[in-house]
Design a protein around this ligand. Sequence first.
Ligand code: WQD
Length: 336
Amino acid sequence: MNILVTGGLGFIGSHTVVELIENSHTVVIVDNLINSKIEVLSHLETLVKQSIPFYQIDLTDEEALTQVFEENKFDGIIHFAGLKSVGESVEKPIEYYLNNLVSTMVVIKLAQEFSVGKFVFSSSATVYGDQDSPLRETLDLKETTSPYGETKTMGERILKDIAKINPKLAISILRYFNPVGAHPSGLIGENPNGIPNNLMPYITKVAKGDLKQLDIFGDDYDTIDGTGVRDYIHVVDLAKGHVAALELVESGVHTYNLGSGKGTSVLEIIIIFQKVNSVKIPYKIVRRRSGDIATCFADVTKVNDELGWKTTLTIEDMCRDMWNFEMKFDNSTRVL
Ligand code: WQD
């Protein structure tokens, strides 16, 4: 199938492009480079040994995106593009609602006008709000802790309304838990601009000496060791989950958790990262981060049963691949 990948130069998008091409699909990437770098395109082409059509376009620009649809016949769309910082969204709510919602509406509008048959939407476990794990797709959605999370909940609602009037359109809503790691080649990975918000990229910078120490946000939660527990998923496993949903969902709207189904604490991550990479991670316990919950991990029964997809890569693989990516391109000179 010929697939439009929006945000295809981003962290999850780029890894999904590799898996799509390795599964004999063709890909067209649209990305506005607001949170990604053009150098990722050349690394992708090195990995897949072929050129990949790329358009630098803002998805809220309907006229420009229409031209892309006129120049290409798409069988499916995987829509990753969007602003995704929880903290930033609290400070800039309008920017997040405008960008994330308008871009989703423009993409789905054109998908209908050009009779695209399959649509995969990048959602997030954040839509569950503060509910008890394991989290199941049938749970009612609760208010999230950020405008970012609300744009994911609203995006899901828009797609469910579209599905009602367009039953032939196959819509997959994929709720990610905590994506981490990097492609084993070390050519693509996660390289957030500035100081990372998320745990794993932060730990990687501490290990490298770019940052002095890790602040652990609270060790007084009701968890195995008092620190936060999350469901970490290797980005390559996550990418494969997108290919499975794209290929197997035939009609209607289907929602799936993409996680490992297991929880790992912050201290457990630190111990594994140190062991796998023979590095030291200095840390300090500080007070909780507002908006954090104690525990969050997925019930993955539905995706296992319906798509035959499950994670295969371990926390050790995530830590090793993350470190390999970090070391491959010395960040001080890395242009990614
Ligand atoms: C993980 C754990 C922190 C940093 C976020 C978004 C979510 C999704 C994934 C997009 C928690 C602890 C972290 C640090 C720490 N993104 N931590 N020190 O908050 O589970 O999820 O990213 O969809 O929407 O909310 O991920 O990596 O920030 O935190 O102690 O410097 O690590 O308290 O327990 P989170 P995270």
